[in-house]
Each structure stands twice: as structure tokens, then as C-alpha cells.
Design a protein around this ligand. Structure first.
Ligand SMILES: [Zn+2]
Length: 301
């Protein structure tokens, strides 16, 4: 083959495939959270969501779930909204930890979820003054982020970003392993490189019991969000950081024991995103409808 033609083909293919994302659950992780959430949305919620989505999304929430990462450089102010730093401890305390580097309160992923939920509750009031399309895209993204254990983790290592590791043979960092690499390796090894097969596998593991448990949260949204953050920092300590040092090589042992955590957090993020959206757009009828859809799914399976 003509060498120039070959180079041209390689360039075109690499453009189509695109560069990997570096922030938060990667593109695939966020897509899965939103895609699975869609299945639990009530009709009323679905219609409000598609009303708010940008036209380019063609009614599919999952297609804009990484929008907040794409905007990270344009919306610099939003950068601290993707995570929570703790002062090197394995617990989360909202008043201690939810602030940006200037100490401004509520500027963290837990505060952002409450804030954008509040804005979306003004849906239907034409004088609300918010850009609810952006509020929805932020909310869908941040509910995913708060479930990634290393998005609620230690300030000193920037959520594992400064911990250099080898993922099998490739040089990486611990944060990236959790955002992207474990999902990529799972896709390749178990799901034939097909995202929809991985989504189906994760969905199959959402039993009625788990669904009930994950949705349940005593108290208001802020309390629930604190619970999600607490779960993440606990998992960061028990799984993500455990047995990892600078320059560790992470391979099968790490992958096999941590992948179930990744998959479960994606499922929990999805169920809780659906719950929050249903509560915003479909009021109190939500729990029953979610249970109904669980029962319906149980029958299908
Ligand atoms: Zn993010």
C-alpha cells in the first residue's frame, strides 16, 4: 500500500477513535451511569429531561454525561465541583471538607449536587433565570463523580493523581486507573470491547434488594449526598489506596478484587441519579414507580 495513503488512513482512524478522557469516571463510566439511570426514569421525568436536553443530545441523557468534563477548561470555576478532598482521613465531614482551595463553602461535588438539584426544582417556572439545560448536565455528571471512590479522597495526593503506578505494563496514575483503565480492561477482557454488553452485565447485578437499599436514605437530599460521599471515601481507603505505593505495579490481583467495586459504584450512581431526577420532576410518586419497574424487571429476567 502507498505509504502516504496508509498514514492518511491511520490519521483518520485515530481522529475517529479520539483521545482518551482524563477526568472523572472516563467517558465510558459516565455514559454507563446515565444510560442505566434512563431505564429507571418515569415517563414524566423522561419528558422533562428530553425537554431540557440540548438538541444535539437527541433525547439521550447519556450522550451529554461527560459534558461537564469537556467544559472543565472553559468553566474553570466548576473544576472543584467534581470532587471532595479530605485532609488525609478516611471519613467525610461536610463542613470540614466541602469547599474549594480558597475556603469557599459548598464548592465541592456534594454541594454541587444539592445546588443543581435546587435549580432544577424551578423547572416549569419561566422566570427562574437558570440555564436548566446546564444544570441537568452538571447534575447527571456529578452524581456519577461522587460515586467514584477517588473523587472523595485525600488532598495530599490529589485523589490519587500524584500516585504514579503501572497498570499492567503501562505507566499511569492511580486516579486514572479508577476513572478509565479498569473499565477499559474489563471491556477488552470480558465484554468484547462492547459498552452495551458491559452495561447489560452491570444491570443484571442490580437486584430488587440492592435497588431498595441504594434508594433508601433517611432524610433530605443533603443527607443522602453525604452518605454517597462517605461510602466513596471508605471505598477509597479499603480498596483504591490499599496496598498501593508510588511506583506500584497493579495487575490481576488488584483488577480482580477492585473491578466489582467499580461496577457496583456505577450501578449505585445510576440508581441514585434516577431517584434524584424522579424526585425533581415527578414528585412523590417516585418510589412506587421505581419499585414497580423493579418488579417488572424481575419478571423479565
Ligand atoms: Zn467530573
Amino acid at each position: 500500500m502507498d505509504l502516504l495513503l496508509l498514514i492518511h488512513i491511520i490519521l483518520v482512524v485515530s481522529l475517529i477513535v479520539g483521545a482518551p478522557q482524563a477526568n472523572a469516571w472516563g467517558k465510558e463510566g459516565h455514559f454507563m451511569v446515565c444510560k442505566i439511570a434512563e431505564q429507571y426514569l418515569t415517563d414524566k421525568t423522561l419528558s422533562a429531561v428530553s425537554d431540557l436536553l440540548p438538541a444535539a443530545a437527541e433525547g439521550d441523557l447519556a450522550s451529554v454525561c461527560s459534558w461537564a468534563d469537556q467544559m472543565r477548561f472553559r468553566y474553570r470555576w466548576a473544576s472543584p465541583l467534581h470532587y471532595i478532598n479530605t485532609p488525609g482521613v478516611c471519613n467525610f465531614n461536610y463542613s470540614r471538607d466541602c469547599h474549594n482551595s480558597n475556603g469557599e463553602k459548598d464548592v465541592c461535588v456534594a454541594g454541587a449536587i444539592s445546588n443543581y438539584t435546587g435549580q432544577l426544582q424551578a423547572y416549569g417556572d419561566s422566570s427562574n433565570g437558570y440555564n436548566l439545560t446546564e444544570s441537568l448536565m452538571f447534575l447527571a455528571h456529578f452524581v456519577g463523580d461522587i460515586h467514584q471512590p477517588l473523587h472523595v479522597s485525600f488532598a495530599d495526593d490529589e485523589g490519587g493523581n500524584t500516585i504514579v503506578v503501572h497498570w499492567y505494563r503501562r505507566k499511569s496514575n492511580l486516579h486514572h486507573v479508577w476513572d478509565v483503565s479498569m473499565i477499559e480492561t474489563a471491556m477488552k477482557d470480558y465484554y468484547n470491547d462492547d459498552l452495551s454488553t458491559m452495561i447489560e452485565a452491570i444491570k443484571m447485578n442490580i437486584t430488587a434488594d440492592k435497588l431498595d437499599q441504594w434508594e433508601t436514605c433517611s432524610g433530605k437530599l443533603a443527607t443522602c449526598v453525604n452518605q454517597y460521599a462517605t461510602e466513596s471515601i471508605n471505598l477509597a481507603c479499603e480498596y483504591a489506596y490499599k496496598d498501593v505505593k508510588q511506583d506500584s505495579t497493579l495487575g490481576d490481583t488488584y483488577f480482580f478484587s477492585r473491578l466489582p467495586v467499580v461496577q457496583e459504584r456505577i450501578a449505585q450512581g445510576a440508581v441514585r441519579l434516577a431517584k434524584i431526577l424522579n424526585e425533581i420532576f415527578d414528585g412523590s410518586s417516585v418510589d412506587t414507580k421505581l419499585r414497580l419497574s423493579t418488579a417488572a424487571r424481575a419478571i423479565q429476567i
